[in-house]
Design a protein around this ligand. Structure first.
Ligand SMILES: [Zn+2]
Length: 464
């Protein structure tokens, strides 16, 4: 027999023998993970290890063509699995080099490999895709994802923007390594996460190669691009700090940006002394002229700023590299674990610099606000709608909770608590309940009445 016929015959025999037991065991991975606010976010049945992302962006037509290679490990016997991807057309899909079936519905891309994937085994998925980019509009009305600007794009992903530019397992629970090869017209700059490992110009185009070598949640990915003044500083311990400032800013704005970005090394050193070693192998800032976006984001190792930031905002985004990026929430309603901590750290930076209000003075000034102030509601850890994710209570009352806790358990225990939260919380995603349990363990105090008042009750706390 010819080899192919032999294979077919053998295959038929194996199938006939194996089908009844093993076919039943291979099942589709879940299409979502049931987050209370974004139930379709993320997918079940596998653990992404690494993404290799190649994108060619044509700003004039606001279109991109991309290839993403995801290396993953199956966590169940998979007959099919999903990635999250917004409104792009999908071309070739390969699993372990073999063409696979694909169905695109909403933000779910379902891939059916020719044969099932065994639990525990690694597999490699190749996806070609492309089309016109469109920002993702959030429940609170803000834009995220790949947001076109006059000279490129402002690329931010919290909480659901990354499928707006690449297929991904879009959940904070599945961190992975990322390598980016982003192609733009020659003369433009791309800033992505991690370290710059190369830059290749061919004809009229330049490909920028960036590599994030520490696990990253999908919402922290960036590949912001445009006309930038771009340079590398050296921070504490030789840490490379990459900065990019939009050339469209006035000379005064450029000078203001440079002055505040020059403080990043000191901020990283100070927060490291307070919380534990800086968790990444690079740092930096992207200051884009994109005021219409209206917010900054702590993209891993490269915070995005949509205008020249204040010193407080830079301290806030750097603090997120510990709290949010390294210690990462399990579900979005726990967003105060990111924002309350980064806001408190911003106060703590001012206290450290001196000649500015202390954290307790910031607390006192906010506490003087009337019961009708917007900072008191909704309850910090009792969000019921994604519209409230970035409400002022998440930030201000969240930070006040930490300052009130600092006063209650004392400086030594509070410092030990933050250090332990960072050291222990980085291993897996975390919840508010985890933080309460750790606070009680470190302080030796029963703190549920305190947290009931500050986190789970609306309104202005009276006694705690
Ligand atoms: Zn923040």
């Amino acid at each position: 027999m010819r080899p192919s016929i032999l294979r077919a015959a053998l295959g038929a025999t194996v199938l006939a023998v194996a089908l009844p037991s093993s076919a039943a065991a291979f099942t589709p991975g879940a299409a979502g993970l049931g987050d209370p606010f974004f139930p379709e976010q993320g997918n079940g049945g596998y653990d992404a290890q690494r993404y290799d992302v190649a994108i060619d962006y044509r700003a004039e037509s606001q279109t991109l063509r991309g290839t993403v290679i995801m290396t993953a490990r199956a966590t169940q016997d998979l007959s099919s699995f999903n990635l999250d991807l917004r409104d792009f057309s999908v071309g070739r899909v390969l699993v372990n080099g073999v063409p696979a079936g694909k169905v695109k519905a909403g933000q779910e891309l379902t891939i059916t490999p020719r044969s099932g994937l065994r639990s525990g085994r690694s597999f490699v998925v190749w996806i070609d895709y492309g089309g016109k980019v469109a920002p993702v509009i959030d429940p609170d009305g803000s834009s995220e994802g790949w947001i076109p600007t006059t000279d490129g794009a402002y690329v931010v992903g919290e909480p659901q923007g990354t499928p707006g530019w690449m297929p991904v397992n879009d959940t904070p629970r599945d961190k992975a390594l990322y390598a980016f090869a982003i192609t733009v017209p020659k003369g433009k700059t791309v800033i992505a996460n991690g370290r710059l490992v190369g830059k290749v110009t061919l004809g009229s185009k330049t490909t920028w190669l960036w590599k994030e070598d520490r696990p990253m949640a999908s919402y922290l990915a960036t590949a912001t691009n445009g006309n930038f003044r771009f340079w590398k500083d050296i921070g504490p311990g030789g840490l490379p700090i990459y900065n990019a400032v939009d050339t469209a800013f006035s000379p005064e704005q450029q000078a203001a940006a440079d002055a505040v970005l020059a403080k990043q090394g000191d901020m990283i050193a100070f927060f490291a002394s307070q919380f534990g070693p800086y968790p990444y192998t690079s740092g930096g800032a992207i200051v884009d002229d994109a005021a219409f976006v209206g917010y900054a984001l702590e993209s891993q190792t490269k915070a995005n700023y949509s205008a020249v930031p204040s010193e407080g905002t830079v301290a806030h985004e750097i603090a997120h590299q510990w709290f949010g990026n390294s210690v990462t929430l399990d579900q979005w309603p726990d967003i105060w674990l990111n924002e309350g901590f980064a806001t408190w750290a911003q106060w703590r930076w001012d206290e450290h610099v001196g000649g500015r209000p202390t954290a307790q003075e910031r607390f006192d000034a906010l506490y003087a606000r009337p019961e009708t102030s917007s900072i008191w509601n909704p309850p910090v850890a009792g969000l019921t709608t994604p519209v409230d994710l970035f409400a002022s209570s998440t930030y201000q009352k969240g930070a006040m909770t930490l300052q009130a806790l600092r006063a209650k358990i004392g400086e030594a225990d509070f410092t030990a608590l933050l250090r332990a939260w960072f050291a222990e919380g980085s291993a897996e995603t975390v919840t508010t309940a985890d933080f309460i349990a750790l606070a009680e363990r470190i302080s030796g105090e029963e703190l549920s009445p305190f947290f009931d008042v500050w986190l789970f009750t609306g309104g202005k706390p009276v006694s705690w």
